[in-house]
Design a protein around this ligand. Structure first.
Ligand SMILES: Cc1ncc(COP(=O)(O)O)c(C=O)c1O
Ligand SMILES: N[C@@H](CCCC[NH3+])C(=O)O
Length: 424
């Protein structure tokens, strides 16, 4: 396994420079590392725009970006400009999208345990949809409307009893789930009846999300079949099938494009006689492959007869996915993106945890050395957004690149940021 990095894991606008170095959006990654420091998230802006356009081409106004994958004001503006609405899962995500001047009507508020404050703020702002997840939430909405809040448009989130082929922590369509109302037990129908009878909400449709990093179109088709039967007698105008489309992270993985996925969903819905307008909510498929993370190698520690540890200046605080889900990544040296990678090492971070692993069995070029900039591709989703300050590490900046320009959209944290909320 000494092959070079497969190029399809890199952002759309990745090219090889005249010295064999990686260039994204016309920017040399080594120059970016020099200018902005490492760790650094580098996003190909046109890649993000192209994926958003793909979703909008297929679903128009009913293409929603799941902002939990990656959110900052520049990202909220970008997907809004491209015509997507935005799924916000908390008051915090809602606040960032509103701070980017995205109209509240383009936001869809999610969450299995929305607080009274989150609901009140969303209703006062006039969010486009609230995706209702429980009877307790209905109680809270009714109390707020009774106290003067405007009645929201709602979708009801249901679980179709479909177990998607993915990590158990990110599967959400099965009956044993904290999310939504169960179809199989009749609870979902009870929720529909209650919402229809309530003056405090305007029920416009059903929502379902079976999980994340799902590759098989079949899992979505199964969910649609359950939803077709469930919604047939309801005559509701909207049906959102959620996000979840998987992306390739490592050599050998393949996934359908957003357009292919959309075509499959649309034709499955048509053949099931679904007449409601179909909506989708991708996060990962928009953002993941748009970015690479740059690190600097700080130590190379060969352990005789065991393995070599390569430690970089980030780790589980900028990418917790390997620790949480055992997720795999590739790695490469941007100075020689096409180089063979004959040496196997373990790429680890700088945190006080043995589990702080970024790439368990990484293939790297044989001349990797301390001081090298090392990169991991496909880090645009659930990396920056799931980042932390563990060990009081400063969160990395985010740069958008396009046509040779690099635009800082999130700056690196400073020690003052760490103390901003510390009032003791
Ligand atoms: C309700 C909902 N919609 C959309 C998404 C986006 O999922 P993905 O990033 O896998 O497309 C998620 C996350 O799994 C979700 O919980
Ligand atoms: N954080 C998960 C996806 C969760 C999706 C949110 N419902 C991941 O990185 O794969």
């Amino acid at each position: 396994m000494s092959a070079p990095l497969p190029f399809h894991l890199l952002p759309d606008n990745a090219t090889v420079g005249d010295r064999g170095q990686l260039v994204i959006g016309g920017c040399d990654l080594l120059d970016l590392a020099e200018e902005f420091g490492t760790p650094l998230f580098v996003y190909d802006e046109d890649h993000l725009r192209a994926r958003a356009r793909e979703a909008v081409a297929a679903f128009g106004d009913h293409a929603t970006y799941a902002s939990k994958a990656f959110l900052c004001r520049a990202m909220a503006r970008l997907v809004h400009e491209e015509g997507m609405s935005i799924d916000v899962a908390t008051g915090g995500e809602m606040a960032v999208a509103l701070a980017a001047d995205v109209p509240a009507g383009r936001l869809h508020l999610h969450g299995n345990n929305k607080s009274g404050d989150e609901l009140r703020e969303a209703m006062a702002a006039g969010v486009g949809r609230i995706i209702v997840d429980s009877f307790d939430e209905m109680d809270r909405i009714e109390a707020l409307v009774a106290a003067g809040s405007p009645a929201p448009r709602v979708l009801l989130r249901v679980t179709p009893g479909v177990k998607a082929e993915t990590h158990e922590f990110v599967a959400t369509g099965q009956d044993d789930s904290k999310f939504g109302f169960t179809v199989a037990t009749g609870v979902a129908l009870e929720a529909v009846r209650r919402a229809e009878a309530s003056d405090a909400m305007d029920l416009v449709g059903i929502h379902c999300h079976i999980g994340s990093q799902v590759f098989e179109a079949e899992s979505f088709a199964k969910a649609l079949a359950v939803l077709a039967t469930f919604t047939a007698p309801l005559d509701l105008p909207e049906l959102v099938i959620g996000g979840g489309l998987g992306v390739p992270y490592v050599t050998g993985e393949q996934a359908p494009s957003i357009s292919d996925w959309a075509a499959e969903l649309t034709s499955a819905a048509a053949s099931l006689g679904i007449t409601a307008t179909l909506g989708i909510e991708p996060g990962r498929a928009i953002a993941a492959a748009a970015a690479v993370t740059l690190y600097t190698v700080g130590t190379v520690k060969p352990l005789e007869g065991i393995r070599t540890y390569v430690a970089v200046d980030g780790g589980m605080s900028d990418n917790p996915r390997p620790v949480l889900y055992g997720s795999g990544y590739e790695t490469f040296l941007p100075r020689a993106v096409e180089a063979e990678r004959p040496q196997q090492v373990r790429v680890v971070g700088k945190h006080c945890e043995s589990g702080d692993i970024l790439v368990r069995d990484a293939q790297v070029p044989s001349d990797l050395a301390v001081g090298d900039v090392l990169a991991t591709p496909v880090t645009g989703a659930y990396g920056h957004s799931m980042g932390s300050n563990y060990n009081k590490v400063l969160r990395p900046p985010v740069v958008f690149v396009r046509d040779g320009d690099a635009r800082l959209v999130v700056r690196r944290e400073t020690p003052e940021d760490l103390l901003r909320t510390d009032v003791g």
